[in-house]
Design a protein around this ligand. Structure first.
Ligand code: NIG
Length: 406
């Protein structure tokens, strides 16, 4: 048994849109006990079960392990030069049309060995674990052939073994038209071969990129319907660079999440609200592209659950830090610190349709993060350093760091 005691326990069972610290639903002078990979006690420290290994939180904040619901962290190569080109005025679309963008990462990824891709993915996952992340969604999308996409899925699953976090692989075959295929042939191969095989190979989710220069609504609908029929949890890259009806399509298909949403319209937001689809905001990507981040408030006002994702990828977001994500969630998307932390736990669990984590309750997974600070407001304030002091995944301590003192 593991007991973390004398903590401010942020159970995350409060309402996301609540004021001040309401979303956190804190138990003061609290404790959480775990037996094997389950939580067995959440409450006042005075009532915690005796014995076991004990960690004294010394009044610091204890939260559910963080969940990153949107990453593209299996890739090879480097697009720093594209970043510099954008900083000099080029747009994402212009760079893609000139042969850069996703296709350049596809070329580098195909050329990399399994070991190289695995090593890169493990390093990035390790950095997330040190930030307090215990669940990571990982998309394919840089293979873009049946063989290569299945290879990336296998590498995602391998990267998750003994990583200190759980990896949930998502098939993103409709990320770009493959350099060596026609869009109609690719869509046929995705629906007829890749999706059924990916579901057998352990993919959990299915995603598509609805955007000018990527795929249109009919193509995304065809792929996501096939994904849903294969039992995959559906997500959609929606309204990122243009208002493309992405939120409406995600709602129509009852996707678990619509992601990006920088250009979601009022009608799109209403459609997401009616469908109960979670809005995954990716403010670090908007910052990276020097775009305006999606604002959380209209989604919260409509009663939509908001999650935050890192969107780690080689092109539009290369910052691997939850601390920076929380800061961007507040400074760029307009969340309060408590709402931002809720978005990275309870909100992100809903975006991935995970009912066994994201809040602290008896019987749920023993995934926890003990921060150095006592107050959630400190996390986005003192950004750029990681505040996770103890990270517990499945009841095992997977990371310890000295408490920050300044
Ligand atoms: O979420 N929008 C599509 N996919 C990524 C970008 C991927 C890339 O440029 O390599 C994103 O921003």
């Amino acid at each position: 048994m593991l007991v973390i005691e004398h903590a401010r326990v942020a159970t995350m069972t409060g309402p996301q849109a609540g004021a001040a610290d309401a979303p956190l639903a804190i138990v003061e002078r609290g404790a959480v006990a775990c037996e094997d990979d389950r939580i067995t006690y959440v409450g006042r420290a005075s009532g915690a079960p005796p014995g076991g290994e004990r960690i004294d939180a010394q009044g610091a904040l204890l939260a559910p392990g963080l969940i990153d619901p949107h990453t593209h962290l299996i890739f090879a190569g480097d697009r720093a030069r594209e970043h510099a080109q954008r900083l000099a005025g080029a747009t994402y679309a212009q760079i893609a049309q000139a042969g850069g963008g996703i296709r350049s990462t596809v070329e580098a990824t195909r050329a990399a060995s399994d070991d190289q891709l695995l090593a890169g993915a493990r390093e990035r996952l390790a950095r997330l674990v040190r930030s307090g992340v215990t669940t990571v969604e990982v998309k394919t999308g840089y293979g873009l052939s049946v063989h290569q996409e299945l290879r990336l899925l296998r590498i995602a699953r391998a990267a998750g073994r003994r990583a200190g976090c759980e990896v949930l692989p998502t098939l993103l075959a409709l990320h770009a038209v493959p350099p060596d295929s026609d869009r109609i042939d690719w869509l046929r191969a995705v629906v007829q071969e890749l999706i059924p095989e990916a579901a057998r190979e352990g993919a959990r989710g299915c995603d598509a990129f609805l955007e000018k220069g990527a795929f249109d609504a009919d193509e995304c609908r065809t792929a996501l319907e096939a994904g849903g029929q294969a039992g995959l949890v559906c997500h959609l890259h929606a309204d990122q660079l243009s208002a493309s009806g992405g939120a409406q399509l995600a709602a129509e298909l009852e996707c678990a999440s619509a992601d990006h949403l920088e250009r979601a319209t009022r009608e799109g937001i209403q459609a997401l609200a009616r469908a109960g689809t979670t809005a995954v905001l990716l403010p670090l990507a908007a910052w990276f592209l020097r775009d305006r981040a999606a604002q959380a408030q209209p989604f919260l006002d409509a009663g939509i659950t908001v999650a935050l994702g890192s969107n780690i990828n080689p092109g539009t977001q290369r910052i691997e830090s939850v601390s920076m994500l929380l800061a961007a969630g507040c400074l760029l998307a307009g969340l309060t610190p408590a709402q931002a932390l809720w978005s990275c736990t309870a909100g992100a669990a809903k975006a991935l349709r995970l009912n066994d984590r994201g809040v602290l309750r008896v019987g749920l997974r023993a995934d926890l993060v003990l921060f150095s600070c006592a107050d959630a407001a400190h996390l986005p304030y003192h950004a750029g350093v990681e505040h996770a002091r103890v990270v517990v995944h499945g009841g095992e301590v997977v990371h310890r760091a000295p408490a920050l003192t300044c």
